[in-house]
Design a protein around this ligand. Structure first.
Ligand code: PRP
Ligand code: MN
Ligand code: MG
Length: 181
C-alpha cells in the first residue's frame, strides 16, 4: 500500500510544529482557566486529533464531551443551518465550555454552535481552533485560541479529511492534483 504522504502536494505543518503549537495553546488555556473547571467540547470528526493532543497537554482538571453536527447539504451550507447528529451528554448549566475545532472555514458551524451552547445556560463558551481561513470566513466568530491563520486552500491531515480520508496523517498539508483526478 502506498504511503498517504505521497498524496500531499505540500506539507504546511509538520508533526513537530503541530505538537509545539498545541503545547502553546494548552499553556494559554491552563492559565485562563486555572480557577474554573472546563468542559472541552469536541466537534466530530475533524477535532479528534486536536482534542486528543490538547487534552493531554493540559495540566488542570478537564472533562470532555462530543458533538456531531452537519449542515443541511453542501448547497445550503451558507444558510448556516446546522443539524445535530450527536448531542452532548452533559448539562451545560453554569458550565465553562471550550469548543475544540480543527478548522474554521466559513465560520458558520462554529457561529451556530456557540450560540446553541450559550442558549443552554452555559456560564461561558469559548472556542479553540487549530486553523482558521480568514479569507473564507463569512461570519465573524470570536475565537479565543487560534493556532494558525492559513490561506483558503483545501488542507488535509491531523483530523481534516478529503472524502473521509487523510484524517490519520500526523501533519497538515495540501493535496496533490492527482488525488482529485
Ligand atoms: C469541517 C471542519 C469544521 C467545519 C468548518 O467539518 O472540521 O468542523 O467543516 O467549516 P465552516 O467554518 O465552514 O462551518 P466537516 O463538516 O467537514 O465534518 P468533519 O469534521 O466530520 O470532517
Ligand atoms: Mn468538522
Ligand atoms: Mg470534513
Amino acid at each position: 500500500s502506498q504511503d498517504v504522504k505521497e498524496d500531499l502536494k505540500h506539507v504546511l505543518f509538520t508533526k513537530e510544529e503541530i505538537q509545539e503549537k498545541i503545547a502553546e495553546l494548552a499553556a494559554q488555556v491552563d492559565k485562563d482557566y486555572e480557577d474554573r473547571e472546563v468542559l472541552l467540547v469536541g466537534v466530530l470528526k475533524g477535532a479528534v486529533m486536536v482534542m486528543a493532543d490538547l487534552s493531554r497537554a493540559l495540566h488542570a482538571h478537564y472533562t470532555m464531551d462530543w458533538m456531531a453536527v452537519s449542515s443541511y447539504g453542501s448547497g445550503t451550507k451558507s444558510s448556516g443551518v446546522v443539524r445535530i447528529l450527536k448531542d452532548l451528554d452533559t448539562d451545560l448549566h453554569g458550565r465553562d465550555v471550550l469548543i475544540v475545532e480543527d478548522i474554521i472555514d466559513s465560520g458558520l458551524t462554529l457561529s451556530w454552535l456557540k450560540s446553541n451552547l450559550e442558549s443552554r445556560g452555559a456560564n461561558s463558551v469559548e472556542i479553540c481552533a487549530l486553523l482558521r481561513k480568514p479569507a473564507s470566513v463569512k461570519t465573524e466568530v470570536p475565537v479565543k485560541y487560534v493556532g494558525w491563520d492559513i490561506d483558503p486552500e483545501f488542507v488535509v491531515g491531523y483530523g481534516l479529511d478529503f472524502a473521509e480520508q487523510y484524517r490519520n496523517l500526523d501533519c497538515i498539508g495540501t493535496l496533490a492534483p492527482h488525488v482529485y483526478s
